[in-house]
Design a protein around this ligand. Structure first.
Ligand SMILES: Cc1cc2nc3c(=O)[nH]c(=O)nc-3n(C[C@H](O)[C@H](O)[C@H](O)COP(=O)(O)O)c2cc1C
Length: 345
């Protein structure tokens, strides 16, 4: 049984959250996941958005916050270092109508931590306190925070940091149970997630290695209020429904369903991205989701979304013969859906 949790007046039900993933959890991907897991995704979070870009008016950065009404409750995650910019950016998140703001304290990427953001904030508790104070003074929507277990094995300070930020008004905390040094290696330490949940009075969510209904059940223990699910949503976009049902996914080996997901993703991508970016995004999902499919390798050789659509149509019609169709062949095969190249114009 999956719990629900409350962040002030917002009920996250069920307590299953699409974890923020830079370059992945764009609006089309979040909508795809919500659509294919009806009633099974309690909250979606944007990819992390730079407060530098936001407060300097970068159009591309601002577009990253865009959301649809059917995504609610919707949280925007921000990252950065400068207190004033963090505060102003959080206010911008509130102004676009998002339901919550989340501060990123977990990103391990050198280009982020070198500038003081992401997991580097776990090494600077006093500065983080100033950021939380500044943001809290500016916004009225709830503030949440996502962190790792610590910087490295010798500084696993998630419990102390959680206590501090909660005393400053943070209303929910997510802990990815790996240190910055671990990056994505090893296993996430869920006993630490439980210890943080025992130590503070707000909902604590766990992140790391939830891949199916079995791993979800094993990790949703004690006072842990819910689960953040990241990479598994690309391997199996139905993972949320699987966890709710408590039984294996309907997607496994189901080519028809895979194609349905890919065609819908193309439609959603078209609404937000230029044609030149859609092919890469489709490959990103297909490379993870379509393992084992005879046509996956061919799909990954095609860069243009038009060629990809033709290939998928060929697969759908039973015409794919496990030999790599040359690009010219795909060009000449008539498109049967309305997903022609022209529709991207
Ligand atoms: C490609 C990728 C991008 C990510 N981007 C973010 C991000 O923008 N913000 C964040 O808090 N975590 C980010 N993460 C971490 C995930 O949200 C999650 O905490 C981590 O992958 C562990 O959970 P999982 O095993 O369910 O994937 C990212 C992870 C991946 C794989």
């Amino acid at each position: 049984m999956i719990k629900q949790y409350q962040v002030r007046n917002i009920t996250v039900s069920p307590g299953l959250v699409l974890s923020p993933m830079s370059g992945v959890t764009t609006r089309p991907f979040r909508r795809l996941i919500k659509e294919f897991n009806p009633g099974a995704v309690g909250l979606v979070v944007s990819e992390f958005v730079s407060v530098e870009g936001m407060t300097r008016g970068s159009r591309r950065t601002l577009e990253m916050m865009k959301f649809s009404a059917d995504e609610r409750p919707y949280c925007v995650q921000i990252f950065g270092y400068d207190v004033d910019r963090m505060r102003d950016a959080a206010l911008m998140v509130q102004d676009i109508g998002a339901d919550m703001v989340d501060i990123n304290c977990g990103c391990p990427a050198p280009k982020v931590v070198k500038r003081g953001g992401g997991c580097e904030l776990m090494r600077q508790p006093e500065h983080l306190q100033k950021i939380v104070r500044g943001v809290k003074s500016a916004i009225s929507i709830p503030l949440t925070l996502k962190m790792r277990s610590g910087w490295d094995e010798s500084s696993r300070n998630a419990i102390d940091l959680a206590k501090m930020v909660v005393s400053e008004g943070v209303e929910a905390i997510t802990v990815h149970g790996r240190t910055r040094s671990q990056l994505y290696r090893g296993e996430a330490d869920w006993s630490l997630v439980e210890q943080v949940a025992d130590a503070v009075s707000v909902p604590v969510l766990g992140s790391g290695d939830v891949v199916d209904h079995v791993s979800a059940a094993a990790r949703l223990r004690g006072k842990v209020a819910g689960l953040f699910i990241g990479r598994a949503s690309m391997w199996n976009p139905l993972v949320f429904s699987e966890i709710m049902a408590g039984s294996p996914s309907a997607l496994s080996g189901n080519e028809k369903l895979m194609l349905q997901i890919l065609f819908r993703y193309i439609e959603l991508l078209k609404e937000d991205f230029p044609e030149s970016s859609c092919g890469g995004k489709l490959k990103q999902l297909a490379s993870q989701m379509c393992r084992g499919a005879a046509w996956r390798k061919t799909l990954l050789t095609l860069n243009s979304i038009c060629e990809q659509v033709r290939l998928l149509e060929l697969v759908q019609s039973g015409g794919f013969r496990n030999s790599t169709p040359a690009a010219e062949e795909l060009e000449s095969s008539p498109s049967t859906s309305d997903m022609t190249c022209e529709s991207f114009a």
